[in-house]
Design a protein around this ligand. Structure first.
Ligand SMILES: [Zn+2]
Length: 289
């Protein structure tokens, strides 16, 4: 028995050394990056990102999962293809997407996709690389206005721009709790995805509960994207109020991944003032809706 050759003290020291080497390896696999420019709302936080899991990899995996989600929804006839609704949601996306250049010019060239899924869930997400999903439950249960829908979509697009999922995976990886490829692989390959159970997948990989700082960033960037696209930034406040009021029954899925602390309303009120001039400028430059 090899371990009997060494004293407990030596074994303990060796274990410590191995652990610190693992820690070092994890740290060396990260780089500090600024995924976006600051924008008018001033996002300057540097993020620690794994170099082991590249953005390209995450984008590819997200694209594959999104494609499967859409395909299965299509087979089950839960892909909403109502022309009027599609025109409405895609129309909002088409005005928001060009605004992303303020934060990261490369994102203008992402392969953006927008689909509407038939489901009672109050939910929406934007996967890495610009794959947007809006659930009919969000539109119907909140009786959502275009300005509010722009706020939700802007917020979700912001998470993708800031690569918050990759950042969170990096954190978990660094903590030694996460094998990114395995979990993503399981989500892509192992789960039967349809809009009703997609929640499991989206929570696992794409809508992991975000940190408070990620939420504030998404709120602020979302406000700016919406304002620049000519949507009233104050709608973000009514949106979260409506979302909160819904929680009477089953809390909206959206809230389970988006902690909604009380300070959010105050933050949104303050920041909507900052982007108000951008909104007014956009209104002048755009045809009346
Ligand atoms: Zn969020």
């Amino acid at each position: 028995m090899v371990r009997n050759l060494f004293s407990a003290k030596v074994r303990k020291a060796a274990a410590k050394l191995v652990l610190s080497m693992i820690g070092l390896a994890a740290l060396q696999g990260c780089e500090n990056v600024q995924t976006t420019q600051a924008g008018a709302v001033g996002i300057t936080r540097k993020q620690s990102m794994s170099v082991v899991v590249s953005r390209e990899q995450i984008d590819q995996q997200a694209a594959a999962a999104y494609s499967q989600l859409r395909q299965e929804a299509s087979q089950k006839r839960t892909l909403n293809t109502d022309p009027a609704l599609l025109a409405r949601v895609q129309g909002i996306a088409n005005r928001l997407i060009p605004q992303v250049k303020v934060y990261r010019p490369d994102a203008v060239h992402w392969k953006w996709e927008v689909n509407i899924f038939q489901s009672n869930e109050v939910n929406a997400f934007c996967m890495a690389g610009g794959k947007i999903a809006v659930y009919t439950g969000l539109i119907q249960q909140l009786k959502i206005t275009d300005d509010e829908l722009a706020a939700v979509m802007g917020h979700e697009i912001a998470h993708a721009l800031r690569e918050h999922v990759r950042e969170q995976q990096t954190r978990q990886q660094t903590a030694g709790l996460f094998t990114a490829g395995a979990v993503i692989g399981a989500a892509v390959l192992g789960y039967k995805i349809d809009p009703d159970v997609a929640n499991t997948t989206t929570q696992l990989v794409y809508s992991l509960p975000h940190s408070r700082e990620a939420e504030v960033e998404a709120d602020n960037i979302g406000l700016e994207l919406a304002a620049r696209a000519g949507y009233n930034p104050k709608a973000a406040m009514t949106l979260w109020q409506k979302m909160g009021a819904l929680s009477g029954g089953r809390p909206p899925v959206f809230l389970s991944t988006h902690p909604s602390p009380e300070s959010r309303a105050a933050d949104l009120a303050r920041m909507s003032q900052v982007v108000q001039p951008l909104y007014e400028a956009a209104l002048k430059n755009q045809p009346k809706r």
